[in-house]
Design a protein around this ligand. Sequence first.
Ligand code: FAD
Length: 490
Amino acid sequence: MLTPLPDAAARLAALERDAAHQAELSAGDGRSWVGARDGVRPVVIVGAGQAGLVLARGLRRRGIDDVVVVDAAPADAAGPWTTYARMHTLRTPKDIAWPTWGTPAVSPRAWFEAVYGDAAWDALEFFPTSAWQGFLRWYRDASAVTTVSSTHVSALTVGGVDDPLTLRLDGPDGEWMLPARHVVLATGIEGAGGRHLPALLDALPAERVHHTHDDIDFAALAGLRIGILGAGTGAFDNAATALEHGAASVDVHMRRPSMPQVSPYRWMEFAGLIENYGSFTDAQKWAFNVHLSAVDQPATQNALWRAHAFDTFRFRTSSPWESVSWTGREIAVTTPHGIHHYDVVLAATGIVADLGRRPELASVAADATLWSDRLAPADAAQNPGLAAFPYLDDDFGLVSRSAPDASPLSRIHLFNHGARISQGMLSHQIPGLVGGATKLAAALSRRLFQRDSDDLLAEYLAYDVPVGVHIGRRAQDPVPAPTPPVASWG
Ligand SMILES: Cc1cc2nc3c(=O)[nH]c(=O)nc-3n(C[C@H](O)[C@H](O)[C@H](O)COP(=O)(O)OP(=O)(O)OC[C@H]3O[C@@H](n4cnc5c(N)ncnc54)[C@H](O)[C@@H]3O)c2cc1C
């Protein structure tokens, strides 16, 4: 159990002074040059999780102001870390690459050492999730990113190729409209679709089935038999959480014969790939992701140990669910090894890409290009779930099917899990954020500059602010003494 140092508050205050000084040392990128124009915000970021926050800081660093960050969650609860992320630690090793934008004092390590001390850092292997959430709150405040919280984007409408995008927001003060030039959807792992609940669970009463991303009342599972479908890290963490709350037993079922032993994500964590993944051809991107889905990654060691600590936990391999039925009293799950009986089942079955399921994308989903549009049918058939992911341009923008070269859809940028095939881990994994936020901030800067280039050129040509050059001797300089004559040899 980590305990903040007694003087953590003073140490954090000192760190904030360091951050301010480092920002001065790295001198920034000059003045703010683009803001709201006729009430249209240059960029609205939907989502105040890690992706939205780092991008907001990066845009300010580039002189792009009047950016609005909106999140459906209450102020300190953005992202999954206080809700369905039920693991104790991150999967990513503690030395996390992080977009500090020239200010190392706002790195996760700097924050952690300030709060818990250097010795705690040395002893650490993985960031605890509660600490990660604490860091993100501090990063938001230290970056002076103001978020519009408890406010849900319920619709996004597009007009002509140059018209503003209009967001409909529902918040504590009711419904309002927000026009924007660019909209960045930093909406996380479900941002291009939603939770995947296999159809065979439809036969069960709704109160007997939960997805692991749901807000589950674990206390209500005390004394019950739980079956979990799927064997990723989340399955084991949910199993452990149920057992810690007094569940009678939990079985985790995995289709594979054994847990994968290799994590391709560990191979991926190098700057060359992260930054340049976009240079892969479409065929290479497809092969990369089909392979990743096929080999998957092991559940974390901590999650496995946490669940196996209970004698009433069972890990069942080679155990796909062939059918599921409700007997009127209990759930019967048929697997190749027999029939298992449960009171409640949890689906640890991840997410699906389906743009039409997102309220903020519903109006444009039909016109958005998907990977299935760009693949030969035989290739798409290798993995239809992946083929349903959106096909994005190099600026993370949607690509219109009807007008690929001139559509407002290219101003809707998916900086979320939906970008995983087009942009690699730049948007949906912590180590990718440095490359992703840098690339997207640069792209938005370029696009806004292109929009304003005539005005900027006119402003430049008309620029006539004198710098106040004074011709002549500086007033306080002494009048030089006359130079003595040089002795002559003659
Ligand atoms: C359980 C779990 C564990 C993970 N562990 C790791 C790990 O160890 N290492 C790693 O690299 N990655 C990990 N990830 C992947 C990734 O880092 C996280 O999903 C991370 O939260 C992504 O950050 P984000 O800012 O993109 O999205 P989020 O943190 O999910 O933030 C998205 C925000 O968007 C808001 N939002 C969504 N839709 C709307 C809307 N319509 N209107 C307004 N607001 C909206 C949500 O309220 C949310 O706050 C994990 C993911 C999960 C789910």
